[in-house]
Structures are given as structure tokens and as C-alpha cells.
Write a protein that binds this ligand. Structure first.
Ligand code: CTP
Ligand code: CA
Length: 224
């Protein structure tokens, strides 16, 4: 594609995106998951592609479909599978954006057979999953690294903590409290917080518009 009007500012850049929930198996028919729809991550992938980037979208279980044909989509189920794909895709990535709602814990053992309804109570022991974004922060070379944060209290402070702990360049704080923002909706109300400490609250807007704003900010910070 020719870039006569400079409309493809991310041409030649590789953008790696994680999206959707992860499912952590309990037994052959059951899992621990969450209500993430993947919409924010898919909007980011479509926007990156429309700006000329080569896009790899690693997504957990979702019914969403991509419209942009140039996005390479890699479907995974669990946090561990997402981690393996990210590890192999990360080294030559220019911009990495972690929009996935990765399960924090998984069953420490997966039952071989469907668990039968026998006992009066059932305990499932859980262990932590790999923190995929933290790994990317620890192995950062020249990547611009973006994370998301969902907080219900001390939002700004907690998001800033994640930004520094995970060695991010930018964190997108999601407000779950505002109506019209959240997991299944078409809109989002976010605050961008930069490594430099800027706090940039945004209006409630469609997830596509949030994605546009995000890349505008990334370009300002990295490719200006
Ligand atoms: N993340 C990840 N791998 C995990 C957990 C989270 O890559 N195992 C990423 C998410 O994609 C998101 C960011 O880390 O970009 C923050 O996720 P969040 O759940 O808000 O934070 P956690 O670090 O998991 O902390 P907590 O859930 O305790 O708030
Ligand atoms: Ca978490």
C-alpha cells in the first residue's frame, strides 16, 4: 500500500496485542474464566492494521471476528498458551499491548475425568498463572509496552503501581464504575497514564475511538 498522505504511520511496525479472557481447565468439561468479550483488544488490532502496522492478535476464547484481513490472529485457550505465543512473538515486536483479561489463578491440577458430584463440598486448589505483561516488561529491549488496569478502588495509585512494577511505557486505566464502560459494552471510559507521570482522563467513547486515541498517544511518545 502506498502512503501518499502519510495515513499509514505504523507501516513497517509490528504490533503485538493480547485480547479476550483465558480459560483455565478444572476437568475435561469445566474451566475458570471471566466475562471479557475481547472487544477492546479487537478494536486495537483493527486500528493498528488501518494505520499500516503488521498486527499479531493473540486471543483467548471469543466469538468476535476480525474485519481487517491483514491481522494475524492466533487463538489460545489458557494463560500458559497465551504466554508461550507471546514469548515467541515478542522479540521483534515494536509495540506490545496487553488487553487480555488473563486469569490470575488456575487449578493446580486438572482432573483427568469429569469430577463427579459426590462429596458435600469440593475444594479446588489454585496456583498463579504466568504474568505475561510482567514478562514483557522484564524482557523489554526497544518495545513500547502498554498495559491495561481494571481497578475498583484507589484507581490512579493502583494503575501507577502496575505501570512501574511491570516496566510499562503507558497504562490504560479502565473505569468499571461509569455506566457504559466495561467488559461487554461498546464504549469505554479510560484514563491514560504515562511512564512520565502524565494522567490523561478521556471521555466515554466507542472502543474504536479509544483505540485511535491510544495510537495517537503512542505515536506522540515514541514516533514523534
Ligand atoms: N496481565 C497479564 N498476565 C497476567 C495478568 C495480567 O499479561 N497473568 C496483564 C493484563 O493483560 C493487563 C495488566 O496485566 O494489561 C493488568 O492486569 P490486571 O488484572 O489489572 O492486574 P494484575 O497485575 O493481574 O493485578 P490484580 O488483578 O491483582 O489487580
Ligand atoms: Ca488480574
Amino acid at each position: 500500500e502506498e502512503d501518499i498522505a502519510g495515513k499509514l504511520p505504523l507501516r513497517g511496525k509490528k504490533v503485538l496485542i493480547t485480547a479476550g479472557p483465558t480459560y483455565e481447565a478444572i476437568d475435561p468439561v469445566r474451566f475458570i474464566g471471566n466475562h471479557s468479550s475481547g472487544k477492546m483488544g479487537f478494536a486495537i488490532a483493527e486500528t493498528a492494521a488501518s494505520l499500516g502496522a503488521s498486527v499479531v492478535l493473540v486471543c483467548g476464547p471469543t466469538h468476535l471476528k476480525l474485519t481487517h484481513k491483514s491481522v494475524e490472529r492466533i487463538d489460545v485457550t489458557s494463560a500458559e498458551e497465551m504466554f508461550q505465543v507471546v514469548k515467541s512473538q515478542y522479540p521483534d515486536t515494536d509495540i506490545a499491548i496487553a488487553a487480555a483479561a488473563v486469569a490470575d489463578y488456575r487449578p493446580s491440577a486438572v482432573a483427568d475425568q469429569k469430577i463427579k458430584k459426590q462429596a458435600a463440598s469440593l475444594q479446588i486448589n489454585l496456583e498463579p498463572t504466568p504474568d505475561i505483561l510482567k514478562y514483557m516488561g522484564e524482557h523489554k529491549q526497544n518495545q513500547f509496552l502498554v498495559g491495561f488496569a481494571l481497578e475498583t478502588e484507589n484507581e490512579i495509585e493502583n494503575a501507577k503501581g502496575k505501570l512501574s512494577r511491570k516496566n510499562l511505557d503507558l497504562i490504560v486505566l479502565n473505569s468499571l464504575n461509569d455506566t457504559g464502560a466495561g467488559f461487554k459494552t461498546e464504549t469505554n471510559k479510560v484514563t491514560f497514564i504515562t511512564r512520565e507521570g502524565e494522567i490523561l482522563p478521556q471521555e466515554l467513547k466507542p472502543k474504536e475511538a479509544v483505540a485511535q486515541d491510544l495510537f495517537q498517544l503512542i505515536q506522540q511518545k515514541r514516533y514523534a
